[in-house]
Design a protein around this ligand. Sequence first.
Ligand SMILES: CC(C)(COP(=O)(O)OP(=O)(O)OC[C@H]1O[C@@H](n2cnc3c(N)ncnc32)[C@H](O)[C@@H]1OP(=O)(O)O)[C@@H](O)C(=O)NCCC(=O)NCCS
Length: 154
Amino acid sequence: MIELRQLHPAAATELAVSLSQLHRQCFPEDPWPPAAVQEIMALSGFFGLVASEGCDAGGFVLAQAVADEAEILSLGVVPARRRAGLGTSLLAGAATQALNRGARALFLEVAEDNMAARRLYRASGFVLVGRRINYYRRRSGCADALIMRLGLAT
Ligand SMILES: CC(C)(COP(=O)(O)OP(=O)(O)OC[C@H]1O[C@@H](n2cnc3c(N)ncnc32)[C@H](O)[C@@H]1OP(=O)(O)O)[C@@H](O)C(=O)NCCC(=O)NCCS
């Protein structure tokens, strides 16, 4: 069974190291050091979740709610635990957290060439609402950033 654990900013120092390790496994080309994770956890309106199935943490989502909007800042599942529903559970959990904080919509940004994430987001109900041209640099050129939105208001 997938379990979601809420991240408490008050425990930022001890959590930042383990979250940084998780982030490194999920984004080996763009790892965030503990200090960067700590900065995100200190943001006003920060919320986050860690997903596990069994003992070890397998994925995380970091997000922020401001006024009536929330945004996913980072989402990742470690390679060995992918395609087992953790990403879907983390998104659903983040949507619930965002709604509880008064958000009416949840936004995120995804690289156009990240097909796994785009399929996950589409399957979770996100729709395309914007595009930042050539936002991501690639060895072989650039990729657009897609802005996606999930309506939360009932
Ligand atoms: C994107 C990511 C979070 C998906 O997590 P996940 O736990 O594997 O996702 P789920 O198991 O919940 O997948 C749900 C659905 O998304 C789609 N999907 C997920 N990974 C996919 C892949 N590699 N190829 C095609 N579709 C995929 C499928 O429709 C899948 O349903 P299915 O398994 O029944 O076919 C994970 O691959 C990851 O961490 N990638 C690296 C970091 C990253 O890109 N983060 C997002 C940045 S915007």
